[in-house]
Design a protein around this ligand. Structure first.
Ligand code: AMP
Ligand code: ZN
Length: 286
């Protein structure tokens, strides 16, 4: 993102006091000088906050948070840490980051706010807030139908994907969005996240309107790419290798049949996936 201060730090356009870096994550001292050793840990790709980050990216950031925290305690004489994050509410910088506040036993800091208390029935709160996701109990050799679609506003731009799984009369919906992505990546993500929602090997019929995704398998482009070390027929690098590899892991788990559907036509479930994808883009816009 062009005007994101943390992206500028990542690109080296603004200096920072670097504490840790790997291929995906950067950690540096917060300039606030409010607490000794206050560190910010963030992904090197721009994403707004924890509500929008891809799970894989988040996992990498959290692993770095743990690594740095352990280092602070094991090698730097601290007794523990507090980890803070603002998502939508209270964030000054809209690039996902975790604050690490190093702590000493007797430092007297009160990092967790003192709330004023609330009168409520915890049973009711639980009923309202718990995740009532339908669990699909799939037994081996069962059949799943997976509809998918991806969308992008601008290419690259804000993207969204949606997937609908059908199994034994039950339906499960998966959707998500990403900033600064492409239509093809979203089409791939729709299939990946749909398949990742299936917990055991199944026969899966995949319906997608993306010729890019479907033909990669039906015309075995993917076989030739792999045989050439992920190079195209022209010798260039295959785009989106990360997602193709992630998709292959899933495809190899199941017995997959690919079906190309016409986009934006009269296929109700394909249209429903398109709508899920567009809603995710709207969420990113707001
Ligand atoms: P948050 O309120 O969670 O968005 O936190 C943003 C943090 O970024 C604040 O603690 C700022 O002090 C810190 N910050 C802003 N600009 C810089 C910078 N150029 N280098 C290091 N930290 C910064
Ligand atoms: Zn950024």
């Amino acid at each position: 993102m062009q005007d994101c201060i943390f992206c500028k730090i990542i690109k080296g356009e603004i200096p920072c006091y670097k504490i840790y870096e790997d291929d995906y994550v950067l950690a540096f001292l917060d300039i606030a000088k409010d607490v000794y050793g206050h560190i910010l840990v963030l992904p090197k790709t721009h994403c707004k906050n924890i509500l929008h980050v891809e799970e894989k990216t988040l996992n990498r950031v959290i692993s770095a948070v743990k690594k740095i925290s352990n280092h602070l305690v094991d090698n730097c004489g601290f007794d523990g840490v507090n980890i803070l994050n603002n998502s939508e509410k209270g964030a000054l910088v809209k690039h996902l980051h975790f604050h690490i506040i190093p702590r000493h036993d007797e430092d007297g800091l009160k990092v967790f706010p003192e709330f004023s208390g609330v009168d409520c029935d915890l049973g009711e709160v639980c009923e309202k807030l718990k995740i009532k996701e339908e669990v699909i109990d799939i037994v081996p050799t069962q059949k799943v139908v997976l509809y998918t679609d991806g969308a992008c506003s601008g290419n690259p731009g804000l993207g969204g994907f949606g997937a609908i799984l059908l199994h034994n009369g039950k339906q499960k919906i998966v959707s998500g969005g990403e900033e600064n992505t492409t239509n093809n990546r979203m089409e791939l993500m729709a299939v990946i996240r749909g398949l990742e929602a299936i917990k055991i090997p199944c026969e899966v019929d995949i319906y997608s309107d993306s010729a890019y995704v479907v033909n990669a398998f039906l015309q075995n482009w993917i076989g030739s790419w792999q045989a050439k070390g992920w190079k195209t027929a022209g010798g260039g690098d295959v785009l989106n290798i990360d997602l193709w590899k992630r998709l292959l892991i899933q495809v190899n788990k199941h017995k997959v049949s690919w079906h190309k559907v016409k986009g934006h036509a009269d296929n109700e479930l394909n249209n429903a996936c398109d709508e899920l994808a567009r809603k995710e883009i709207d969420k990113l816009r707001n």
